[in-house]
Ligand binder design. Structure first.
Ligand code: 5CA
Ligand code: ZN
Length: 409
């Protein structure tokens, strides 16, 4: 599927280092240091109510990771999906009387425009779930043949216990959660722990047999559509070499989504899905997680339509640490707008006579962001430099562009 246009990223003198990144699976900071190519899969949107600031914050966090890898000299391979057929999307389409395909197409387009406005680096492969039905069905068939999947009526489930025995993955490897928490989250996040006939209440759906009024596709499994986690597992293993360097998304995906994506990928390929699992904190608004189901959304397109400079939105998001949960407020946006004005003034007065040397500020920013994407620390370092009267150089301005994605020139 069509991705979006890539922002220009200026080359900088010298090189940064591969960042250390908090890994959910080991609960420690690890070096996100690939041998040659760095690979990243970030879970994409389910295309309705796009693009709210929670989505934007998550994609911005991993845009930061890509920029640091590029600055460290790595080739980067980046894949993202769009969940263009799924229960919540279908429910919204029904509720609003819009064809689900139409809704997904409109919202994916809106998302692309918002990502581009925010200068977010696009994936090399932007893959819709509906483009991958056949390979997904084939993968489910393989799991059935290996005895790692089973039928309940016309639906097919993943046998977590069988997979734990016969693959490099064991339930809990990625999420580190106890069973009670898993059961609770499964119930809240699209699972069906109560369904009768499952071998384990936590076993997730791999394939949903066709039902009246539900979209379905003919496949090696007969008519139906894929479950949620298998889609991301198949898209990742089709488009990237496993194990990938980093699997990422918001922290609402730690369980069950990333746990079972890792389980499915391991059961299909015999390899771990990823070397590390990274999760962005959740952005709240008015006291709750910003979410489509609650409707407490601030949309990127609403702000830009109101004339807000996308660079100010980006700066407001960068001023929060990606791993924290935090609340969006209008004051944060105001502070970012004021900061952008200050930074623009600083850049306007840049000394362009020495345009090739790495500066103290560039090296300082590189060192700060290499520690678990500490972009708020970088923002403060730039503020401090401006405050103390350090005159910008062309390299400083390029560094703000290349590493923070804010074009001041
Ligand atoms: N399509 C699935 C992933 S395969 C999905 O979760 N879609 S989503 O539209 O609900 O979310 C898209 C991305 O934004 C996911 O990585 C999700 O974890 C993240 N996200 C959703 N809400 C928030 C929020 N309030 N704050 C931060 N990130 C969020
Ligand atoms: Zn996903």
């Amino acid at each position: 599927m069509k991705s979006w246009n890539r922002p220009g990223v200026p080359a900088l003198p010298g090189a940064g280092t591969a960042p250390r990144l908090w890994d959910t699976a080991t609960a420690a900071k690890v070096e996100a240091k690939p041998l040659s190519t760095a690979s990243l899969y970030v879970c994409g949107i389910t295309p309705y109510d796009a693009t709210h600031l929670g989505h934007a914050a998550t994609y911005l966090a991993y845009d930061g990771l890509i920029r640091l890898w590029m600055d460290a000299g790595y080739d980067v391979r980046y894949v993202q999906n769009t969940t263009d057929v799924d229960d919540p999307l279908l429910e919204r389409a029904t509720a609003t009387g819009v064809d689900w395909r139409e809704l997904a197409a409109q919202q994916t387009d809106l998302f692309r425009g918002d990502m581009e406005a925010l200068s977010i680096i696009p994936p090399d492969n932007y893959v819709a779930v509906t483009e991958m039905i056949e390979p997904t069905a084939e993968a489910v068939k393989l799991l059935l043949d290996r005895g790692i999947a089973y039928y309940v009526d016309t639906d097919i489930y993943f046998d977590s216990a069988a997979a734990s025995l016969s693959s490099p993955w064991t339930l809990g490897d990625e999420s580190r959660m106890d069973r009670a928490t898993m059961l609770e989250l499964s119930e809240q996040r699209g699972g069906d722990p109560e369904r009768v006939g499952k071998r384990d209440a936590l076993d997730p759906l791999l394939w949903r047999g066709a039902r009246d009024g539900d979209p379905s596709w003919d496949s090696v499994l007969g008519a139906g559509r894929p479950g949620w986690h298998i889609e991301c597992a198949v898209i990742a293993e089709t488009h990237l070499e496993l194990p990938i360097t980093v699997q990422a998304g918001g922290s609402d995906l730690i369980f069950p989504h990333h746990e079972f994506s890792a389980g499915h990928a391991a059961a299909i390929t015999g390899s771990h899905l990823a070397l590390s699992y990274s999760h962005a904190g959740l952005v709240g608004y008015q006291g709750e997680k910003m979410s489509k189901s609650l409707g407490n959304l601030v949309l990127v397109s609403r702000l830009t339509a109101d004339g807000v400079d996308p660079r100010a939105i980006r700066l407001a998001l960068l001023a929060q640490h990606y791993r924290n949960d935090w609340e969006w407020t209008d004051d944060l946006l105001k502070a970012a707008q004021q900061r952008l004005t200050r930074w623009l003034g600083w850049a306007l007065d840049a000394d362009t006579s020495q345009d090739t040397m790495a500066t103290a500020l560039l090296e300082r920013v590189r060192a700060i962001v290499a520690d678990d994407l500490n972009f708020p620390g970088a923002v403060t370092a730039i503020d401090d430099a401006i405050e103390s009267g350090v005159r910008a150089t062309a390299v400083d301005v390029a560094a703000v562009d290349a590493l923070l994605g804010i074009r001041l020139a």
